[in-house]
Write a protein that binds this ligand. Structure first.
Ligand SMILES: Nc1ncnc2c1ncn2[C@@H]1O[C@H](COP(=O)(O)OP(=O)(O)O)[C@@H](O)[C@H]1O
Ligand SMILES: [Mg+2]
Length: 312
């Protein structure tokens, strides 16, 4: 249980919805968080910044904010900056870490610069797309790549490519969502995700999907993905993956809570994929699953995350 009393939280607004491509997921996260707060006796209200000006929070007498917005506008520092201007404490990372981790290419560059492992990649701007030598880019990155919009989440706009034709098509598909595309060397897996709560890593989760990769459908639409926690790692490997995730979290200056996605390459080396500063928070999401493994219920977890706003 949280060491903070419910009354100390005051009136809490759960921000959910917003305008990003991940709006639907956010609405589900927000509803689950709101319900958990209410069940714990917290005075909580749902607030959709796509429907109402943010300044209404002040008029409503809100004391702190639980951010359950995913993607652009909510997870990228914008809302965080606005809330700071309004003088409202909020959950999770600050402006800089949110803005940075919304950009997958720049996050990888920072990790690389700090000696943390991440797969080789090249960022392509949509304006240069026509002049990219797809053959050469593929050869440079090992012959098989993943193409991602640089600033999306939920696997939106992503695609795998093994030849020049597929790469051109994957770039065009990703360009529907972003002006920057990340082309990353293919990782054969397995895949892991590690939740960070406060300053501690929770147990790793192994993500196994029969799909070509953990795509939108595998995440939200069908039940074929297996989430394995504990993650079938030796004690030493579990320590290693948690230490790497924690280092990656602090490297970008993240705070409060978050989730780091990683995969192994063909040589069995862990490679950092990305940091989520506002991970999914539905009852079926991954951070709640890892929390359960250490005896924290969904409601306990929500209160722990909210409590990180109290001392700040
Ligand atoms: N380089 C890669 N090789 C193979 N699969 C990848 C690679 N990068 C990402 N994936 C797959 O795509 C999924 C989504 O990628 P990720 O970088 O985590 O972006 P998102 O923000 O959409 O979650 C991952 O969970 C993983 O299954
Ligand atoms: Mg991810």
């Amino acid at each position: 249980m949280s060491k903070y009393s419910v009354a100390e939280f005051g009136k809490v607004a759960v921000l959910a919805g917003g305008n990003s491509a991940e709006r639907e997921v956010s609405l589900r996260s927000g509803a689950a968080v709101h319900e958990a707060l209410q069940s714990a006796g917290v005075n909580a209200v749902l607030f959709d910044p796509a429907q109402q000006p943010l300044a209404d929070l002040v008029r409503m007498g809100v004391n702190r904010v639980f951010i359950a917005l995913h993607g652009r506008g909510g997870e990228d520092g914008q809302i965080q900056g606005a809330l700071e201007t309004l003088g409202l404490p909020y959950t999770g990372s600050g402006i800089m870490a949110c803005a940075l981790s919304m950009d997958k290419g720049r996050t990888k560059a920072l990790w690389k610069g700090m000696g943390l492992p991440t797969a080789p990649s090249v960022t392509v701007q949509s304006a240069q797309m026509g002049s990219v030598d797809c053959e050469q880019l593929l050869a440079e990155l090992g012959g098989q790549v993943m193409v991602k919009p640089a600033h999306e989440g939920s696997s939106i706009g992503m695609g795998m490519a093994r030849n020049a034709e597929e790469l051109a098509a994957a770039l065009a598909a990703a360009a529907e969502f972003d002006s920057d595309m990340l082309v990353e060397a293919w990782l054969s897996g397995p895949e892991y995700t590690v939740a960070i709560l406060g300053t501690q890593a929770l147990p790793a989760i192994k993500v196994q999907t029969p799909h070509a990769f953990y795509d939108y459908a595998a995440k939200y639409q069908d039940n074929t993905t297996q989430y394995i926690c504990p993650a079938e790692l030796s004690a030493e490997q579990e320590q290693e993956v948690r230490a790497l995730a924690t280092a990656a979290f602090f490297a970008v200056g993240a705070e409060g809570w978050g989730r780091v996605d990683l995969m192994m390459n063909a040589a069995g080396e862990l490679q950092l994929l990305e940091l989520n500063t506002v991970p999914g928070m539905t009852a079926k999401s991954l951070v709640p699953m890892a929390a359960r493994e250490v005896g924290l219920s969904f409601t306990d977890l929500v209160l722990e995350v909210l409590a990180t706003t109290v001392d700040a």
